[in-house]
Design a protein around this ligand. Structure first.
Ligand code: FAD
Ligand code: DHB
Length: 389
């Protein structure tokens, strides 16, 4: 098989890049390890920046987004007692959209056949070859038979654990990493949210987040130790803990219901540089991870592929390679700012096992400062709504 751009991974980064390139007439094939149902079964991001929704609008894959996405003009930080509202619209003129990653993925998958975006699902043993040359290729197993896909470029959109990043020699790479000593336990339930906006809470017992997917579906998270076992968290225990950590006002408004999904995700900050080696590019979680506080991961994947689709279409349409040369540097400039914001909000809102009384007072003082400072609220709002491309 032959294509112009071979993409490894059909998560949000791979699907979005595939569509953006198809819209420019580039021939694309995506090779994905899992089945469509598996990809859709992972409950992850919930908050989209304007930069991300603009891409979906530009592609015309926005009918359900417009009908079902919830426009949020603010969110709150809670300190165990009060809610500090960050007025995103008033401070920045912008807003974010609550629309689940699952739905974005579903919409992009559904539009693939009519736009000539070829996706091979359930590909086994995907491996990258000859990325140092102008004729790289992938090998994989399809229905038990060996397959080979030749391309001009390969793009690794295969998440944190995929093979693409590992194909870049360690001698040319730099890794920056911070692992946090806790994870997030999430619950999804068909109950109305406790508030019409999101609440990020810093409580003595640890962080909690009240989010949603729709007016009838809630998504909540609590900070838990890394060795916590899912089996130890009955639905009742989790609802009790959320009610305490979200504080008296929001906590008392929680509607309880059976979990549709419960999972624990570790928290990590990670950046791999550079994001291009020879004919291989990296985009999304394959190159960088942010802790979820601040909702930046999926949005960074979207900005990466916005830059990369411009670069690759300039190459294929006008034989112009400057944007390809500049891709890594351009993407990393935005990534590092999102890394900074996610790290800062994570540090402000979580209980750290080695936290001293002084450290705790610093968190409380910072929240108190934010509560009274328009400048501090503006800095948070402009990062949350998304920095310009
Ligand atoms: P992925 O979604 O990981 O997709 C990678 C794809 O590659 C997968 O389909 C995988 O099956 C495939 N793959 C892997 N290995 C191979 C292989 N060997 N061969 C072929 N294919 C392979 N981000 C936000 O912006 N907002 C939020 O509100 C938010 N909340 C989050 C909450 C949680 C609990 C978590 C865990 C994450 C959250 N994120 C959020 C982050 C967001 O989910 C990720 O950043 C996003 O999924 C990255 O997309 P991606 O396409 O780069 O990678
Ligand atoms: C969600 C996840 C986040 O990481 C976040 O900051 C906000 C919302 C969510 O899954 O709804």
């Amino acid at each position: 098989m032959k294509t112009e751009v071979a993409i490894v991974g059909a998560g949000p980064a791979g699907l979005l890049l595939g569509h953006l390139l198809r819209a420019e007439g580039v021939v694309v094939t995506i090779v994905e390890r899992a089945s469509p149902d598996y990809v859709l079964g992972r409950i992850r991001a919930g908050v989209l920046e304007r930069t991300t929704t603009d891409l979906l609008r530009r592609l015309g894959i926005d009918a359900r987004l417009d009908a079902e996405g919830l426009c949020h003009e603010g969110f709150a930080l809670a300190d165990g007692e009060r809610l500090i509202r960050i007025d995103i619209a008033g401070l920045t003129g912008g807003a974010v959209t609550v629309y689940g990653q699952t739905e974005v993925t579903r919409d992009l998958m559904a539009a693939a056949p009519e736009r000539g975006l070829e996706i091979v699902y359930e590909a086994g043993d995907v491996a990258l070859h000859d990325i140092d040359t102008d004729a790289p290729y992938l090998t994989f197993e399809q229905d038990g038979a060996p397959s080979r896909l030749e391309a001009r470029f390969i793009v690794g959109c295969d998440g944190f654990h995929g093979p693409s990043r590992k194909a870049i020699p360690a001698s040319v790479a730099k890794v920056y990493e911070k692992v946090y000593p806790f994870g997030w336990l999430g619950i999804l339930a068909d109950v109305p949210p406790c508030d019409h906006e999101l609440i990020y809470a810093n409580h003595d017992r640890g962080f909690a987040l009240a989010s949603m997917r729709s007016p009838t579906r809630s998504r909540y998270y609590i900070q838990v130790p890394l060795d916590e076992r899912l089996e130890d968290w009955s639905d009742d225990r989790l609802w009790d803990e959320l009610a305490v950590r979200l504080g008296p006002e929001a906590g008392s408004r929680i509607t309880r219901g059976p979990a549709l999904e419960k999972s624990i995700a570790p928290l990590r900050s990670y950046v791999f540089e550079p994001m291009r080696h020879g004919s291989l590019f990296l985009a999304g979680d394959s190159a960088h991870i942010v802790p979820p506080t601040g909702a930046k991961g999926l949005n960074l994947a979207a900005s990466d592929v916005a830059y990369l689709s411009q670069a690759l279409s300039a190459f294929f349409r006008h034989n112009e390679g400057t944007l390809i040369e500049g891709y890594s540097q351009r993407a990393l400039a935005r990534i590092w700012k999102a890394e900074r914001f996610s790290w800062q909000l994570t540090s402000l809102m979580h209980r750290f096992p080695d936290q001293s009384g002084f450290d705790r007072r610093m968190q409380m003082a910072e929240l108190d400062y934010i509560a009274g400072s328009r400048a501090a609220q503006t800095a948070i709002a402009e990062n949350y709504v998304g920095l310009p491309l």
